[in-house]
Design a protein around this ligand. Structure first.
Ligand code: ADP
Ligand code: MG
Length: 477
């Protein structure tokens, strides 16, 4: 079964990037990407250097040797990656990786699945827990062709990407009209709509190099009508750039066109930010928005059990980390590593860990200019100071009163309410559900509170990052 388009080095690089992040807690550097691309295309170091502007010695002696060691470690099975063997090593690694995903999905014998081609690498995990309601809700709507676009929105690490992959499994295996193609696209910052459409249309073997954007889009729509597809745009928040209104409109127009035309395909978006903050349309974008919250207790407990951690205290941790699976994984790993799996010992230290994915999200929120207004930042800092225990909530009137004391300028109540609504939509603050006429109360998830109080990178209190810093960080992202 041809599972992925091997020729697509860029999606292999995307997948590799995730493995590198897990292995070394950093992304691939630009120079490493150049060496991988060069080796893949059979180039020597001199050619790589002259095409990229790097120095031959640097690429050959400084970048390549540690890169081969790291890739060998990631691939495992005692494979020794070298420049000449890289292409074969990566192909067998990625195929093996994807095949095992599909074996997990138990779809090998499904005749419909045989006909579906996959483009791009789906995230995988040996076991998937919970989310039955979400899967049932979305797949029902998609199957009845009610929905052409679905957005899964929630904080970093909450499980959006994995849920999207699970949804695909569900749709591909059970849908009576099978899908011809599943396209998984991890969105990178600076991905223009034009490049996205060119890439999508090229998957259908259409040469679009000389065509205008409008032609390419209508070509794409024709294909989506004749070939039922599932297109996943994963991590849409990467598109958010300060003041880039043109891009917002372009994406808005593109998605509106895709959702207004009738076809059998479905677009699944995942995003940390509400879709309205990423795109702009004059009309209403027709899509189902699903706010993804933490796992239910039973599903979350499985994550601890998987790591051989048991006991009532697990439930306490699930509450503290609001059922966020990546946070629970990271705390469970630390309990095993530093406390020999003794959860009680861990509780004695009364500490909160911030997992990698949630931290990356908070970094983006506080770092990237234009994402948090001054007022929103002040609200969060105030709540972090005021919320003393992990479930404490503060009534709205008290927030108004205390912020007024803290702020030098006048506090407009309508601005405050709007600011709080945005923070809530981004799941950065929590609120009580409306019960009768009780006044609404707000609080902070302990991990978010810890991030604000510790301010690990200085992004919370120093909002004046220069454009240069932002540029460098974007390049590394
Ligand atoms: N339903 C689930 N069952 C088991 N583990 C999960 C589940 N959802 C998420 N995870 C774990 O949490 C991690 C983060 O999930 P991911 O989908 O990447 O989050 P997001 O896309 O929201 O940032 C995954 O790598 C996986 O290990
Ligand atoms: Mg994701």
């Amino acid at each position: 079964m041809n599972l992925i388009e091997i020729s697509d080095l860029e999606s292999i690089l995307d997948m590799l990037e995730e493995k590198v992040l897990q292995h070394s807690q950093r992304p691939l550097s630009e120079a490493e990407r150049i060496v991988i691309r060069g080796a893949w295309n059979g180039k020597d170091y001199k050619e790589m250097a002259s095409e990229s502007g790097y120095n031959t010695f640097y690429l050959q002696q400084k970048v390549a040797p540690p890169l081969w060691i790291m890739l060998s470690e990631i691939i495992g099975d005692e494979v020794k990656v070298r420049k000449l063997s890289l292409k074969n090593n990566l192909i067998s690694f990625i195929n093996k990786d994807n095949i095992s995903t599909l074996e997990n999905l138990n779809l090998e014998n499904d005749p419909l699945f045989e006909q579906t081609k996959f483009y791009g690498a789906l995230p995988k995990r040996k076991c998937f827990y919970g989310r039955e309601k979400e899967i049932q809700y979305v797949s029902k709507r998609v199957k009845s062709s009610k929905e052409q676009c679905v957005a899964l929105v929630g904080v970093g690490g909450i499980g959006k990407s994995l849920l999207a992959a699970k949804l695909i499994e569900e749709l591909v295996s059970k849908h009576s009209k099978y899908y011809n193609l599943v396209i998984w696209k991890k969105v990178k910052c600076n991905l223009s709509v034009n490049d996205l459409v060119s890439e999508l249309i090229s998957i259908f073997d259409v040469d679009s190099t000389k065509k205008s954007f409008r032609f390419k889009t209508s070509d794409l729509l024709i294909r989506l009508k004749s070939h039922p597809c599932l297109i996943i745009l994963d991590g849409l928040e990467a598109l958010v750039q300060a003041n880039d209104f043109k891009q917002k409109i372009e994406y808005g127009n593109f998605l509106t066109q895709l959702t207004e035309e009738e076809h059998q395909s479905c677009i699944i978006l995942t995003s940390q930010l509400p879709i309205e903050e990423i795109i702009y349309t004059d009309t209403t974008l027709l899509y189902t928005n699903l706010q993804i919250k933490g796992l239910e207790e039973n599903a979350a407990l499985q994550i601890f059990h998987e790591k051989k951690i048991y006991g009532e205290e697990c439930k306490k941790l699930i509450k503290t980390y609001r059922g966020n699976p990546s946070e629970l994984e990271s705390v469970a790993e630390r309990i095993n590593r530093y406390f020999g799996g003794n959860i009680q010992k861990f509780f004695d230290y009364k500490t909160t860990f911030i997992g990698q994915q949630l931290q990356a999200m908070l970094n983006q929120q506080f770092r990237q200019s234009g994402l948090l207004s001054d007022l929103q930042r002040q609200i969060m800092i105030y709540l972090a100071d005021e919320v003393s225990d992990e479930f404490k909530l503060i009534p709205f009137s008290k927030i108004v009163e205390n912020l007024r004391k803290r702020m030098t300028s006048d506090l407009s109540i309508s601005e405050l309410i709007t600011a709080m609504e945005v923070l809530e939509q981004r799941s950065l603050i929590e609120s009580t559900k409306k019960i009768g006429k009780d006044e609404v109360q707000y609080g902070l998830e302990p991990v978010v509170r810890k991030y604000i109080l510790v301010d690990p990178f200085g992004f919370v209190h120093n909002k004046n990052y220069t454009e240069d810093t932002e540029h460098i960080l974007n390049e590394c992202a």
